[in-house]
Design a binder for this molecule. Structure first.
Ligand code: SF4
Length: 211
């Protein structure tokens, strides 16, 4: 069997590991997907319409999912700071606890973690490279992390010393972005072709902390 096909088949098998019928810990697959996304999304993407786009559902379906998550106290709506007519969805501490204890993808995350930092970085980079090829074939991503986005501009130093106070700017929303926010998901993301500088600092820190 060609090596590439074998690798893709393994990828498909790995992906099957987090699909399930019915519900787990009281949530169906799409509800888990929504809670997971909202737990990782930045302030521009924690809206009902961004959620609908991410999970590939209608606004009505997304709104039903939000109601279910609210009824379980995993989610609350708050008025947006930027636009008082809009709402922002916030995952509660109960929702975060549920994600950390019961998210069906946790066992896959644990399996990847067991590879070790260096192998994890290699796997991430290979998957990113694959996504770049798929992007080129017009397979648009629903969301990805801010630090890989072409709209992210560096405003302050991102040296390992000054990292805590480094500032960034989103050129699309014309808004400041903190270093922590560069790790969050955004549905307005557009992939940059250059390897992000911030990532090199983070990877260096990860390798150093591994010893
Ligand atoms: S830089 Fe890109 S990913 Fe980050 S907030 Fe702006 S549009 Fe979203």
């Amino acid at each position: 069997m060609p090596l590439a096909r074998e690798a893709v088949e393994l990828l498909v098998q790995a992906a099957r590991a987090w699909y399930f019928e019915g519900n787990r810990h009281g949530l169906r697959d799409r509800e888990w997907m929504a809670l997971r996304f909202l737990g990782r999304a930045n302030r521009f993407s924690r809206t009902p319409s961004a959620l609908a786009g991410f999970i590939g559902a209608t606004r009505a379906t997304a709104s039903q999912i939000v109601k279910t998550l609210e009824s379980k106290s995993f989610l609350v709506r708050k008025p947006s700071h930027e636009d008082k007519r809009s709402v922002v969805l916030h995952v509660t501490s109960q929702g975060e606890k549920c994600l950390s204890q019961h998210d069906p993808i946790n066992h896959v995350v644990n399996a990847v973690t067991s590879l070790g930092t260096e192998e994890c970085i290699r796997l991430r980079d290979s998957l990113r490279e694959i996504l770049n090829h798929l992007d080129a074939a017009h397979q648009r991503l629903e969301a990805s992390i801010c630090r890989d986005c072409m709209f992210l501009a560096e405003r302050g130093p991102a040296t390992s010393k000054g990292r805590g106070t480094a500032e960034f700017m989103c050129r699309l929303y014309r808004a400041p972005i903190s270093l922590d926010e560069t790790e969050l998901l955004c549905t307005s993301f557009e992939r940059t072709r250059d390897r992000p500088k911030i990532e090199q600092h983070l990877d260096r820190d990860r390798m150093a902390s591994q010893g």
